[in-house]
Design a protein around this ligand. Structure first.
Ligand code: UDX
Ligand code: ADP
Length: 458
């Protein structure tokens, strides 16, 4: 079949895989290939056992696979053939040298840019899909256009706003698609090419065009604002615990103000995920590098409150269980950073599990989708932790349960049966305010939640 254009995506992870599957599904006239250095990942994308758990993803991949969606490890050949190259390789926080622990590590990005340059013999559009520091496009343009073969590269920024667990819904009906380019004639032409792709299923009024720097910064800003809301509500959950106010009631009351809105006001043990912390620290680092110290400090406090909230949760468990949990069995229900994903990156459960193990508790971890990743996260303390997929077995004989992910299944467990199987006094620490606390209290539990007074029998 003759395709209108050949699209390539470098990086078959949480962003690249689902995004390209959706583009292929909606645009059969484009050939879409996704490449990765990880052979196993590429094999899994072509199987019924996808490398990531995402509701609704499998049927989308299956419909387009081998029609106009292909997965491959042949990066060089596919670069050569492509007209439009999306780059969604990982950009973790730098772990060494200047900016360690803050700045984005751009080594995979730069390596990819050089690989694109080395394997191209025609003009191409290169699209930043990964979240990147503002002005990365300039570095990319410099590398790519350093060739003396007359090949032109246009670098666009098209950040992805999908959230894990709802990726398919977010891709199918996005609030907006943002495409930034240089405001030059070739830049605008390249931008139009990308608009044409999305216009196959996204209404025009939802496709926002901007300059390339605004697009890059908008992605960091969106994540910073979302995380800020969670930290704001979490900071006040601590005040509620001291004053008999109820954070759920406060969140509801302020959320009905249409200027504030009711989303992202759920109090929790803390936010996790691969983006929020990484992107805010990246923003903080950039602000500092421009001498904007007050701006940097302002945003850094969002991450600090989150770390404090995780710490507070562990301290609450310790203090309320008579200041010792050594030798006590504690069942951690939920390890994923949120429900409906197997992803555990930056999950608050990592900090909590480590904190409990440090206090010498016998930690049992249960999760419907994230046990494999949990084992990887806790690789160095696996001797002190056990894993049990069945929540009833995880809770059996335990002194306390800690709910760390809002999996729907945890709402429907038989808590009377669980209570009967536990040591007494039995404690429950609900890090997601997920359960019916009054009912648990009536069963006999001592109930501790986020931003509400405890319900105690002791
Ligand atoms: C986020 C952004 O939402 C998305 O637009 C961006 O592309 C990537 O980063 P994601 O990390 O997948 O997506 O999950 P999100 O739903 O934003 O949740 C992040 C964390 O905040 C989770 O740990 C979640 O449990 C927590 N959270 C979210 C709260 O604690 N309370 C809330 O009210 C909302
Ligand atoms: P994200 O959540 O941003 O999608 P992931 O870590 O899930 O991040 O995915 C990034 C993918 O990029 C990984 O599968 C990784 O193997 C791949 N990758 C990293 N560097 C390269 C590279 N130079 N060429 C091809 N793929 C790469």
């Amino acid at each position: 079949m003759n395709f209108k254009r050949k699209i390539l995506c470098i990086g078959a992870g949480y962003v690249g895989g689902p995004t390209m599957a959706m583009i292929a599904l909606k645009c059969p006239q484009y050939r879409v290939t996704v490449v990765d250095i990880n052979e196993q990942r590429i094999r899994e994308w072509q199987s019924d056992n996808l490398p990531i758990y995402e509701p609704g993803l499998l049927p989308v991949v299956k419909e387009a696979l081998n029609r106009n969606l292909f997965f491959s490890t042949e990066i060089d050949r596919n670069i050569k053939e492509a007209d439009i190259i999306f780059v969604s390789v990982n950009t973790p926080t730098k772990s060494f040298g200047q900016g360690a622990g803050m700045a984005a590590d751009l080594q995979y990005w730069e390596k990819t840019a050089r690989q694109i340059l080395a394997n191209s013999d025609t003009d191409k559009i290169v699209v930043e899909k990964s979240t990147l520091p503002i002005r990365t496009a300039r570095a990319m343009e410099r590398i790519l256009n350093s060739n003396d073969r007359g090949i032109r590269f246009e670098v666009l920024s098209n950040p992805e706003f999908l959230a894990e667990g709802t990726a398919i819904k977010d891709l199918e009906a996005p609030d907006r698609v943002l495409i930034g380019s240089r405001e030059t004639e070739p830049g605008i032409r390249a931008r139009k090419e990308l608009v044409d792709i999305y216009a196959n299923w996204v209404p025009h009024e939802r496709i926002i065009e901007s300059n390339v720097w605004s697009a890059e910064l908008s992605k960091l800003t969106a994540n910073a604002f979302l995380a800020q809301r969670v930290s704001s509500i979490n900071s006040l959950s601590a005040l509620c615990e001291k004053t008999e106010a109820d954070i759920n009631e406060v969140a509801y009351a302020i959320g009905t103000d249409s200027r504030i809105g009711n989303k992202f006001l759920k109090p929790s043990v803390g936010f996790g995920g691969s983006c929020f912390k990484k992107d805010i620290l990246n923003l903080v680092y950039i602000c500092r590098s421009y001498g904007l110290i007050e701006v940097a400090d302002y945003w850094e406090s969002v991450v600090k409150i989150n770390e404090w909230q995780e710490k507070r949760f562990v301290q609450n468990i310790l203090v309320n269980m008579f200041n010792t949990i050594a030798g006590k069995k504690i069942a951690v229900l939920g390890f994923a950073f949120k429900a409906d994903t197997g992803d555990t990156r930056e999950s608050p459960a990592i900090y909590v599990a480590r904190g409990l193990v440090e206090e010498r508790a016998n930690v049992v971890i249960s999760d419907p989708k994230a046990i494999i990743n949990a084992k990887k996260e806790l690789f160095d303390i696996n001797a002190c932790v056990t894993y049990e997929e069945d929540p009833y077995r995880a809770a059996e004989g335990s002194h306390a349960i800690a709910i760390l992910t809002e999996w729907a299944v945890y709402k429907t467990l038989d808590y009377k049966r669980i209570y009967d199987s536990m040591e007494k006094p039995a404690f429950i620490f609900d890090g997601r305010n997920l359960l019916d606390h009054k009912k648990l209290y009536e069963i006999g539990f001592n109930v501790f939640s986020i931003g509400k007074g405890p319900l105690k029998h002791i």
